[in-house]
Design a binder for this molecule. Structure first.
Ligand code: TA6
Length: 312
């Protein structure tokens, strides 16, 4: 009996690190480093890079890779006692040869399943056994889907609690020309103002200075409109109530050693996250958080956020 094999290639990336390459017909591709379970590239049919990777990214432990899609787990930012954004983003993941079935509506055969389990050292910092499975799927329409499944495998009967984010760096042509739709009128915590709570006004979000906000209880769809490129990124998410919007702008960029001084002009982080209400799992329980990214022509005007229609 012929068994269907996922079509991924294992290759050597920067500094000899292992990476997975997913290829879809029509030239689309994605790359995932086992270091961090980190998606570093997502390209469309014209070979254009859709994610921003820092011009000064360091591909060497313990520094997480700057750009692409870092995974923040088991802690977002400094919401806890662990290292900033948790440890999943600078651990070596493995290919999961026999993952539990994951229902998918994608007809794609370009996907890979990865898994992270805690090391002895991780258990000292965070005394919980877990299995963190992530599927990266490059769909037949070029959409990139990341599905995380986190299971409590503690044998001591103890629950654990975590926060989480897909810290996605989108590539944009000019940050001053970018608009985010879908977060208007929502409450947010402003990281630049001691996480004080504010309410966003009615307009789409635009950028003219450093921005670092955690939007709370956000809708499942958010759009990032890149005016100059005439491209819209559509972010769809499940299981992830919050959304972080970050751009460091010029001054702050200069304090980040692995970010080029000019990178901020061409990047925007919009991060599907679970922060305000941390996730608690009892032993045997599993949480699922799904992120789907599409890049479509900006053929609709402001205020008509219906990305499904755009895709049709
Ligand atoms: O998600 C936004 C944020 O938490 C910012 O506060 C900012 O510092 C950024 O992440 C980058 O964090 P990192 O640890 O990757 O330098």
């Amino acid at each position: 009996m012929a068994t269907e094999r996922p079509s991924f290639e294992l290759a050597k990336g920067i500094n000899g690190l292992d990476k997975i390459i997913l290829r879809e017909s029509r030239n689309r591709s994605a790359e995932v480093y086992l270091y961090g379970g980190h998606v570093t590239s997502w390209k469309n049919e014209n070979g254009e890079e859709l994610l921003h990777l820092s011009s000064k990214a360091v591909f060497k432990a313990p520094k997480p890779i700057r750009g692409g899609i870092p995974l923040c787990f088991p802690q977002f930012s400094n919401f806890g006692t662990l290292e900033q954004h948790g440890f999943a983003r600078n651990r070596i993941w493995e290919v999961d040869a026999s993952p539990p079935p994951l229902p998918t509506n994608s007809s794609s055969n370009a996907y890979v399943d990865l898994i992270l389990r805690p090391s002895e050292d991780d258990l000292k910092a965070w005394p919980h056994n877990f299995e963190f499975r992530m599927r990266v799927d490059l769909g037949s329409e070029g959409e990139l889907t990341l599905t995380s499944r986190i299971r409590n495998t503690n044998s001591d009967g103890k629950p654990f609690t975590f926060t989480f984010a897909y810290h996605t760096y989108f590539s944009v042509s000019d940050i001053s020309e970018v608009r985010v739709e879908g977060l208007e009128t929502l409450d947010y915590l402003d990281n630049l103002k001691n996480r004080e709570r504010f309410t966003e006004q009615g307009d789409a979000i635009t950028f003219e200075s450093e921005t670092d906000k955690i939007y709370l209880s956000t809708p499942t769809e958010i759009a990032i409109l890149d005016h100059e490129k005439k491209r819209t990124f559509v972010v769809r998410k499940d299981g992830l109530a919050d959304a972080v919007v970050w751009n460091p702008w010029d001054k702050r960029s200069k304090t980040i050693s692995d970010l080029g001084d000019e990178d901020y002009k061409h990047m925007l982080c919009v991060e599907a996250a679970a922060i305000e209400r941390p996730i608690t799992l009892k032993p045997g329980e599993e949480w699922k958080g799904r992120l789907e990214l599409s890049a479509v022509p900006s053929s609709y005007s402001s205020g008509q956020l219906d990305p499904k229609k755009v895709l049709e």
